[in-house]
Design a protein around this ligand. Structure first.
Ligand SMILES: [Zn+2]
Length: 334
């Protein structure tokens, strides 16, 4: 299978065709890394493991593939050149760490295929590859607020000093490096406001980035994105960009997802993705998750088929979801 460019890639629609009309996105990475013993108390968050424990990241990716995910998102959400440089890494080392996040995804995919080579093979060597379950490695790009590590990706309020040009300058090289890494997709995640969506779109177009992308916004009221900007206007930015193959919502309480899918459909015919969090809310002051009275983790899975009926084609989990959640989603959709 040829991956990697808008022209030649196994596009999301093809992936959906191959996998029975839906795709399963993986679940929370940081949650699992912590469960496996990683200490993420650092401004780099899960990206810290790129340096200290890459094997744990690979393990988590593999756990999600085993659970039924077709799309694994890399540990680059909070990995930025600026963040690594602040830790004393050179520009070159910082770019190498970004690429490493994608390589770890590829390694996990290869290991998964090796592990299942026997069941994938029908005895004819050449048939092996075509029988492989399609798996995409999506290079995660977190927002500017994720780099600030002050919780501002949950309110989208960067202040007046941050302009479109600030954001483009901040993200441009990272997007270029991740595109050069050979990732199948670039996943712009937890986009908190319209300005950042516009910055991503302009980078993709100005630099003629060949790797297809998805745009995923977050909401805390079920109507607008977290900054208060209109979700419909944000989605329209993604809709007008040919480089964007899918658009949707992540890191948002499950109870809002149904309404948000219906809203997004008013603005775009691109495939819709949803990967909500477990329903808890993040308190940036305390730096911890607080249980909410909304739909809880266990209650989340029964909604999945409804979301698919609504029109979401790519479904997974974000923060605080686990391989158990993803396995249940896979089963429910199958
Ligand atoms: Zn999340």
């Amino acid at each position: 299978m040829a991956f990697g460019t808008v022209e030649s890639s196994l596009e999301i629609r093809e992936l959906l065709r191959d996998s029975g009309g839906f795709a399963v996105i993986d679940g929370g990475l940081a949650t699992e890394l912590e469960r496996k013993g990683a200490d993420l108390n650092d401004p780099l968050w899960s990206a810290k493991c790129l340096i200290s424990t890459p094997n744990l990241i690979r393990e988590v990716h593999l756990d999600y593939l085993e659970a039924g995910a077709n799309i694994i998102t890399t540990a680059s959400y909070q990995a930025t050149i600026q963040g690594f440089e602040a830790k004393g890494f050179s520009r070159e080392e910082s770019e190498a760490l970004l690429k490493k996040s994608v390589e770890i995804g590829f390694e996990a995919r290869d290991l998964y295929y090796e592990r299942h080579a026997e069941c994938l093979s029908d005895g004819i060597e050449n048939e092996k590859i075509s029988k492989k379950r399609a798996i995409l490695v999506a290079a995660s790009v977190g927002s500017y607020g994720a780099y600030l590590a002050d919780g501002s990706e949950y309110d989208g309020n960067y202040g007046d000093a941050v302009t479109l040009d600030t954001l483009k300058e901040f993200h441009r090289r990272r997007v270029q490096v991740l595109a050069e890494s050979g990732a199948d997709l670039i996943a712009f995640e937890t986009i908190p406001n319209k300005l950042e969506a516009q910055a991503y779109r302009e980078i993709l177009e100005e630099d003629n980035i060949k790797t297809p992308a998805w745009f995923s916004f977050n909401s805390k009221d079920g109507i607008n994105v977290v900054s208060g900007d209109s979700l419909l206007e944000c989605v329209a930015i993604a809709d007008r960009c040919k480089k964007v193959l899918a658009v949707g919502i992540n890191c948002t309480p499950p109870r809002f997802i149904h309404g948000l899918i219906l809203s997004i459909q008013k603005v775009t015919t691109k495939p819709i993705l949803v990967y909500p969090n477990s329903g808890e809310t993040y308190d940036p002051d305390q730096k911890e998750w607080i249980p909410s009275t909304g739909v809880s983790d266990e209650d989340f899975v029964p909604y999945v088929c409804k979301w698919r009926e609504d029109g979401a084609l790519l479904i997974g989990g974000c923060c605080r979801t686990t391989p158990t959640t993803i396995k249940a989603i896979y089963k429910a959709l199958s």
